[in-house]
Structures are given as structure tokens and as C-alpha cells.
Ligand binder design. Sequence first.
Ligand code: ABU
Length: 620
Amino acid sequence: MVSSDQIQVEYPCVIMLPPPRLVPPRGIYSTKPFQVYLMEGQQWNSEILDKLHSQNSIICGLTMDYLQLPESIIENAKPGGQVLAESKQHRNSSDINPPQTASDNTCSITKDFSCIYSKDLLPALSGEDTTKDFFQELVNILLSYVCKSFRRSSKVLDFHHPHQLREGLEGFSLELPDQPENLEQLLVDCRDTLKYGVKTGHPRFFNQLSSGLDVIGLAGEWLTSTANTNMFTYEVSPVFILMEEVLLRKMQEIVGWSEEEGDGVFCPGGTMSNLYSVLLARYHFFPEVKTKGMTALPRLILFTSAHSHYSVKKSAAVLGIGSENVVVVKCNDRGKMIPAELESSIITAKDQGCVPFYVNATAGTTVYGAFDPLNAIADICESHGLWLHVDAAWGGGLLMSNLHRVKLQGIERAWSVTWNPHKMMGAPLQCSAILVKKRGLLKDCNQMCAEYLFQTDKHYDTSYDTGDKTIQCGRHVDVFKLWLMWKAKGSEGFGSQVNKCLENAEHLFDKLNQRPDFELVFKSKPEHSNVCFWYIPPSLRNMPPGPERNRRLHEVAPKIKAKMMEQGMAMIGYQPLGDKVNFFRCVFSNPATQTEDVDYLLEEIASLGHDICIRIETNL
Ligand code: ABU
């Protein structure tokens, strides 16, 4: 990696920013070389390096000779990387200690692809070497991105408004051509796609419950894409099907179900997992729904807390139950469902002639990170004969930690569980399981027996053709990356990872408690890694609570976030909730995040907040 103390150049020099290519693909896009002059005696410093890193730059000119380089590079460019060779020579003979490894920021091209097209790749005859070369370049781009994702000096994002991306940026166009474009352009497009995206693996990305870039998980995802198969039958996915069985069994064991209990599938996200839970609960109590539909059923009611995920209501809407038939149960100040409120809601629904059948309890709410009291809720479900689902999409990861699994006590009493390893366990998106206690229910509920796919007279045990258990036909292989990560870390490794994220949350909580310019949304210690807080501008610090203060406070978080995204050095989410005006929600699921990043975030918010508020107050 380039570091500021490795490099000192003579005055003057030229830096080309972007494009990344030393050999521009002729006629495809215009190169817009960009020159940075260092003043005499000025040294490379971290600020300049940070700027270069954040812009995918390539250092190509080193001395006065190269002042004319941009034009001459374009004119003299020849296929085969001649200019690069020249440049490499200069690099090696220069004062600069240049980037040398794949972990560097450069993605210098070793071959000119400007006359090569996809038709020249496999399966073309003699396409093997070209295919390897192409992939080598692609891997360089990906590795450069991976390394940058972990580099604090690089930006989390290079924000552009939709219209800017739509219009096209510096040779990056979203428009689709009628004629094939060459591979050089495709490589540039790959690089630019990453450049204008968001580095969700960056240690200062706090915006989403799923974050981080697990290298083994990524390797798993690459392998999965290469295998490019489908999870519906054993005949096309023998290894992945068995891995899914092993992994789901492991997760069921961790939830606390016996060997005789448990089934499940990986599906596309927590919302789909929750949808499965409602679907299965309804089928369990009313199997005729599969053929007769909702007309055969009474008015069904389900229950979920005010802080639960919106997917419960969405499931009711999708399944024809209706979102108005979801009773929203009150929570306490900490965002936990109040069991007495649940019980009285169930009784009221019954008194009204409706049929309660399902309760969703949340283990790790989206905003507060609260855990509903699972045992108390399970008692109520048992006494009323209701299906208990635990949405542990976010909180499930805490089951891996000996320190924190106690927060999910009672989860073993659930009839179904949602658990997203792509959240707290850091598996690459997507990786979400629906676990079901009653074996065979998934199949009974969803099976359609398509004869072209699920033939019963195959020469192997067709119970491994698991596709008919799901509501999809084709299904992505989500299991391999998690399986590989589990091998790499062991269960204990996941436990330590979770512990570290929760330590970061406590660190933030402690810091916030000590500062007069921030206010916590709830005063108790975080249970999960969510920490919710306001930045309080100077003018509001002595203002009494009330509508005017709330009105002004509501505007603070969006303004800070907008500025933060424009600067691109960190990212955090905000939202209002109930009677609370817009507040920041910081979540930790990225093991790359350290306490220094937490401190950075606070300073960044305080500094942006202070500037913005001063400007508003002085009408600048
Ligand atoms: N419920 C999906 C995750 C939402 C979030 O990242 O905040």
C-alpha cells in the first residue's frame, strides 16, 4: 500500500485522474486527463493520497517530461500496452516508490482489450487465454475495490444525483448499445460501476443492518456465481443441497430445537422469510386455503408489535389477509412488545368474532434493536393456541454469542424463526433463512409436483429435491458463502465477531452519554448494536422541550446526512419513530469497524452539524 512516507517527488509532476487506463480505448470515450502540480518542495501527504485513492487515480507521470503526456499517450497508444511498458519503466526508475501489489489502489491494465470483444472469449475456439486475461483484469479491478473498501482514507461513497448518473459520467454511460462494445469499455464500466456505488464494507458505513465485506464470504459468492446452478433439485445442485441441509440443521440446533424438529429454506431476504411464516401458520390451521383460497376461511387476525418490521403487514396484504387485519400491539419506551397488551388484543379480536392465528415477536427490532420478551409472549400464544413466529432477522446473530444469546431466551418455543446471516453475521447479501419447527409443513403447504422437474422415479432419493418446498421455482444458491465462512471462523469466530460489534455500540453509547451536543433517544444501554441519538445544535441546547424545538430538531439529521453523503467519508441512517422526530440510528455489523471509527463518526456529525446550523442561523 502507498503510504505518505514512501513517496516524495520532484516538482513538478503530473497525475492523471481518471480514467484508469494508460491506453485509452480509442473512440470509446474521451480521456480527460487531469493534472495535479505539486509546488516545489511540497511533499506527498496523506491528504493528496487520500484524494487520489478516493478517485481511482493512476499515477502515471513523474517528472517534467511528462507534462505533455496526456496528449502523447492518446496519440501513441498502441495495442499491447506499449505506453504502459514505458510508464512502468519510469515507475521503476523514479523517485516514487510505486504501488506494487494487488492491494494497491491502481488497477493498471496489462493488456489492451480495445480490439477484443465478447465473441473472442470462451466458448470461442482458442478463446481460453483471452478469457483468462479478461478475468485477470476483472479480478484486479475487484481486488482494488476490496482493498479500498477497508481503507479509511478512501471514501465510503462518491455521491451523484440520479440525473447525473443517468446522463453519464466521464465515459460511463448506462445506455445500451445496438453494436457490441469492446472489452476495454466493459472493464471500464465494471470499474465505474463500483466507483459510483457505495462501499458497504467500509469501516465507516453505518447505514444499514447488513454491512461489511467478509473476504471468505465474497470468495463463496464468487464461486457460487461461477457454479451458476439452481437450488431446486439435487440433480443440478448435489453439493449445495446437502450443504443447505447441514447448515439449516446447525441453525435449528442453535435455536434450540430437538433433532426430531426442524425444517427450513434459504430465501431472498427477511421479508420473504416472514412471508413464509404467515403462509405456513395459515396453512397449518387452515390447510384448505391451499385449494379453496381465502373464501373458505374466517376473518383471520395476526399480531405484531408497533416496532416490528413492516414485512408482517406486507405479508398479510400479499397473502390476501389484509393489512387491516394485523393488530399492532403497543410497546414500552424501549420498543419491546408489552405482553399484557398482546393478550388483551387477542381477547378483543376474539370478542369481535375474528380468528387470531399468528403472533410475530421481534428479536432485534430494526430501529431500536429491542428484543421482545419471548417467553412471556410464548406463554400467551400457548394459552390461546396461536402460532408464534420470531423475527430474528437482525437479532439471530446474537445466538452465536455466549454473552448475548440470553437476550433471545424463549426462541426455542417459536414455531418459526427468521434469521438473516447477511445482517449480524456479515454474510454477503443475500442470506436469509426461514426455520420451521414442524417438519414436512413447508412441503405440504407449497408442493405442486411439477412433473418436468420433480419426477418421482429418479434414480436417487428425491426427498433431496427440495425445490417444491418453496414458493419459488428457481432459487439462488445462498448457502455456500455462509457454509464457507462457518468453516473459516467456526461458531466461536462468529461469536467473537458479534461481541465486537456490540462493544462498539457500548463505546458509542458511553461517548454519547458524555457529550452535551448529543442526546440519546433511550437512556438504557443498547441491547443490540443499535444506538439511537440526536445531534443537538447549539441553539437548541437550552431550549425547553416542545413543538418548536421538535420542529427544528426534525430538520437536523437529514441536513447532516445530506452533507455527509456529499463528502462521502461516512454514512449513517436516520428516521422518525412514533413521537420521536428524526434521529440517527447507528448500527454495527461490520467487524472491520473499530472504536476509532465510532469516534470519527461522532466528530463528523458534530462538525457538519455545527457548520450547517451556524449557516442556517446566520442565514448564509
Ligand atoms: N429490514 C431490512 C434492513 C433495513 C435496514 O438495514 O435498516
